[in-house]
Design a protein around this ligand. Structure first.
Ligand SMILES: *[C@@H]1O[C@H](CO)[C@@H](O)[C@H](O)[C@H]1NC(C)=O
Ligand SMILES: *[C@@H]1O[C@H](CO)[C@@H](O)[C@H](O)[C@H]1NC(C)=O
Ligand SMILES: *[C@@H]1O[C@H](CO)[C@@H](O)[C@H](O)[C@H]1NC(C)=O
Length: 353
């Protein structure tokens, strides 16, 4: 599809385009298309790739390889109500980012989206050379022919966890990890799922805020304070002429069928169809309100990749029994690939190109 197939625009996307010095979008429809309001439609031309065409796909997301028998979940396309999404064009994407770097920063939902993007790019250009490396928490997938780096920085809280004499301290006001994010051309942040972790898998012993050390505190408040620290980092460290910043919205889980009017469902197990309407009966997670509130305080342009609604409708998109945990570790938080995160990336592509 050519760029003239792009029928939606709004101010955020226009300023993003201005940043990269490409032609302005058609004026006629400016302001009238919300890419995040829509419905899922069956489209036999999907998925954009098969997981077997993605040699480096991690077992965690490769539901088909893990034995998932139904594949209808790979065949849904997101249809915004007011316009069409341009189909992902890997070559255009790589040309656009020639010599540039892209980084996802966050937890395993960031890894999910990072892996999706690398699979989308690789499967479309299987002959292109690549180099996949990892140093510390940063994984880098480089398309060497284009000099495009698609990176992942695993950093589940965005703010720091520091080992001190008393134990591991989650520091809500400290964001030294940001050193790795400076100078990156496209940043896509995310944090949420780890804020509610308790027990043996909680990776900190104390929480520090405003110079005070606490054993624990209200988790939603902690999340908000950390986001504010991150927001200040964005205003202090991002040059909007060089870098674009996105926040991957809150990715929803499906562990309680009551929220999609199927009270007998105790998880996403056995779900083979999305909800085909435009709204989710269970409503939106509270964390999204907190996130939107904090995003509203940032002076620099940051775009919310508002994936919550569209992902809520995809109770069928999770690994369920076909993830890392197998049948005993049901996963209704991550997403199978090919699958829902491909749509997150298609929308990202539409907002950027
Ligand atoms: C998301 O869903 C909520 C609740 O169903 C609705 O109020 C809201 O308008 C939706 N937002 C978008 C962007 O579709
Ligand atoms: C891959 O990346 C590593 C780390 O940057 C580098 O040392 C190595 O030379 C690269 N290999 C190729 C084939 O580009
Ligand atoms: C599922 O949600 C319903 C309605 O909100 C609630 O009454 C029920 O306790 C929830 N079940 C679980 C297992 O959390």
């Amino acid at each position: 599809m050519g760029s003239d197939d792009f029928r939606c625009s709004y101010s955020v996307a226009s300023s993003v385009l201005l940043l990269f010095g490409v032609a302005l979008l058609p004026q006629a429809n400016a302001g009238d298309c919300d890419l995040f309001s829509g419905r899922w439609v069956f489209d036999s031309s999907y998925p954009l790739y098969s997981s077997s065409e993605c040699p480096f796909i991690e077992r965690e997301f490769s539901c088909e390889k893990n034995g998932r028998p139904d594949l209808a979940y790979t065949k849904y396309r997101w249809q915004p109500l007011g316009c069409d999404l341009a189909r992902f064009d890997a070559l255009k994407f790589l040309e656009k980012f020639r010599g540039k770097s892209i980084m996802f920063v966050g937890d395993s939902l960031s890894r999910n989206q990072w892996q999706s993007l690398t699979c989308m790019l690789h499967s479309a250009m299987p002959g292109a050379n690549y180099n996949l490396t990892r140093v510390g928490d940063v994984s880098t997938f480089e398309f060497t022919d284009y000099g495009v780096k698609v990176m992942l920085d695993r950093n589940v809280y965005l703010v720091d966890v520091v080992r001190e004499d008393i134990g591991r301290v989650l520091k809500l006001d400290s964001i030294e990890g940001g050193k790795l994010w400076r100078g990156i051309d496209l940043l896509i942040f995310n944090t949420w799922h780890w804020w509610n972790r308790r027990g043996p898998t909680q990776p900190w012993d104390y929480i520090e805020v405003g110079g005070e050390i606490k054993k624990d505190m209200d988790r939603m408040l902690a999340f908000e304070i950390a986001l504010r620290t991150w927001a200040k980092w964005v205003d202090a460290n991002i040059d909007p002429r060089k870098s674009m910043v996105f926040f991957q919205g809150i990715s929803p889980s499906h562990y309680n069928g009551s929220s999609w009017n199927e009270p007998s469902a105790k998880s996403c197990v056995g779900q083979e169809q999305p909800l085909l309407g435009t709204t989710y009966p269970g409503g939106l997670p509270l964390a999204l309100d907190v996130l939107k509130k904090v995003l509203g305080t940032i002076r620099n342009p940051v775009t919310l990749l508002d994936i919550t609604n569209l992902s809520l409708l995809r109770k069928d998109g999770h690994p369920s029994r076909y993830g890392l945990g197998g049948p005993t570790g049901i996963d209704c938080s991550h997403w199978c690939l090919a699958g829902v995160p491909d749509t997150w990336n298609e929308i990202l592509y539409n907002l950027i190109l």
